[in-house]
Design a protein around this ligand. Structure first.
Ligand code: NAP
Length: 280
């Protein structure tokens, strides 16, 4: 019987620990840790994600500063706002919700976030430092996946990990994190030939392609660990989970697997940033 990698439960216990850290921080610093969330445009899914992140802050007693900018926002306006937050001593972390409207240079906006406040791990500098094993906040979704694997004592060392997807926020940092933990990593993408063959040899599969049920249950090797980062209407991920769960030794459910870990990691890293701000 496969182990269910319960991200929801781990996120909940992390929140209990974070509440204690928030209280200790308050008594030491006289202020409350704060995450600034920036939502640009009117994408309803993005609005929901930002709301969920604000709710998570509230559950642990952190503040969230919700900034909403219109659909017609320019790159300059967004950069100005980010710079203002970089300079604000009461803001510990900055989350720019992806995606932004097409006229905005999203990469330039991500790069504007200062390293100390890049709690969602979106800057090239943060990615480079993480890749080289230096201190940096990891991109929230892959860092959350690593926390989940650690919690269940799943060690990547020596395993063949197949990451499906190479986006800057998910596939690429995921591959580097697994490589840093001594997995042998294959990164697949939309031009990969014979995806099924790669998956068949994987001890760990991370599906992050954004394609409903792209990964078939029959491709999964007996005993493999299956991490499904996808989320699509109807509670469907990027893996055919019903059939995959019959072969896997462990798998993340959809929902309740990777999603809660992303938010949990974001607020945990905001807490880390707040604590660092009073040490320095
Ligand atoms: P993305 O930017 O659209 O990237 C998708 C990646 O998948 C690309 O690298 C693409 O390859 C690859 N791909 C697309 N079709 C493929 C195929 N048929 N075979 C192999 N690779 C394929 O997406 P993302 O932002 O990384 O997100 C990926 C998924 O994770 C989405 O379902 C998203 O909703 C989910 N997600 C979940 C969370 C969470 O908290 N649970 C957070 C973020 C994202 P190319 O590079 O060649 O185009």
């Amino acid at each position: 019987m496969a182990v269910i990698l319960d991200g929801k439960a781990l996120a909940k216990s992390t929140e209990q620990a974070l509440s204690g850290r928030v209280n200790r921080f308050k008594s030491k610093s006289g202020r409350v840790p704060r995450l600034a969330t920036i939502l640009v445009g009117d994408d309803p899914a993005s609005a929901t994600y930002v709301k969920m992140k604000g709710n998570a802050c509230a559950r642990v007693g952190m503040l969230s500063l919700r900034i909403e900018m219109g659909q017609g926002t320019t790159t300059k306006q967004l950069l100005d706002k980010i710079n203002e937050l970089n300079d604000d001593p009461l803001t510990d972390g900055i989350l720019l919700q992806h995606p932004v409207p097409s006229q905005v240079d999203e990469r330039a906006a991500f790069e504007a976030v200062s390293l100390e406040k890049d709690v969602d791990g979106v800057t090239c500098l943060g990615f480079g430092r993480m890749s080289m094993g230096r201190a940096a906040y990891g991109s929230a979704t892959p860092a959350g996946i690593m926390r989940l694997l650690d919690h269940y004592n799943i060690r990547p060392d020596g395993k063949h990990a197949v990451v499906i997807g190479r986006s800057p926020i998910l596939g690429k940092p995921m591959a580097m994190m697994l490589l840093n933990r001594n997995a042998t990593v294959t990164v697949c993408h939309s031009k990969t030939r014979d995806l099924a063959d790669f998956v068949r040899s994987a001890d760990i599969v991370v599906a992050a392609a954004g394609k409903p049920q792209l990964v078939k249950g029959e491709w999964i090797k007996e005993g493999a660990v299956v991490v499904d980062a996808g989320y699509h209407p109807g509670n469907v991920g990027d893996v055919e989970l019903t059939s995959a769960s019959l072969k896997a030794s462990a798998y993340t459910p959809v929902p309740g697997g990777v999603g809660p870990m992303t938010i949990s990691t974001l607020i945990q890293q905001t807490m880390d940033a707040a604590e660092k701000s009073i040490i320095n």
